[in-house]
Write a protein that binds this ligand. Sequence first.
Ligand code: SAM
Length: 223
Amino acid sequence: MFRAIVDDDGRVMKMSAQDTDCTVPIPDSMLGTNFDGWRFRDGSWVEVPLPPISNFSLDDLLSPYEGSDNSVIHAMLSLARLEPGENIIDLGSGDGRVLVAAVNDFNAGTPARPCIGWELQNQIYQLAETTLNEKLTEDVKNRVRIVCGNALDAIDDVKNADVVTLFLMPYGIDKLVPMLNSAMPVHDNKRRLVSYMYPVFAWEPAEETMTLENGTRLFMYRR
Ligand SMILES: C[S@@+](CC[C@H](N)C(=O)[O-])C[C@H]1O[C@@H](n2cnc3c(N)ncnc32)[C@H](O)[C@@H]1O
């Protein structure tokens, strides 16, 4: 079951998975339609039975989708001290903007050790494919990859990462902790994880934190 938000004429503009604030793009075939003559209340959220348009179970959702601002992304990657040629794994990569900044602005990733995003929702994954195609030049595209899948299954990529980035809800971070502990055991402090907004509560306090102008915080851990 999804909710649809509609314009004044009852046409569906976007949808949200039930019980979350997670909006999902609408398939082109549904954009601007009012289903089978359904009319919705002006601008209100209305519950509508819809054919399945998503590939994921809400139980697997570690966070709804919200893209980070560019300034936040730069702060995250700077706090991580991301060096040219290092790779990042963005767990819950949204439209791919963190990967784009890592490659274009920090010269991160190599063809052998690309920057990798894991995104659960296939509509958002496809948005990311488009973003990468538009924002990356041909010569750097082989330094980035996105997987449409559950970040809980990203253990092999995380094991091989210099930097891991997160922008997830606290319950989502908690769910990832067992995998992160296996893939990033405390070792020589060379690998880093930066979490935007919420800390990894199960870990020792962050090595470094940063408070941004809007009051939100970044948490950086060395492993
Ligand atoms: C708050 S957004 C952050 C997007 C991006 N990292 C950024 O900072 O712009 C969180 C993303 O995580 C994705 N996500 C949620 N649960 C996930 C899971 N189990 N595996 C992979 N991605 C997930 C959501 O679909 C959403 O795109």
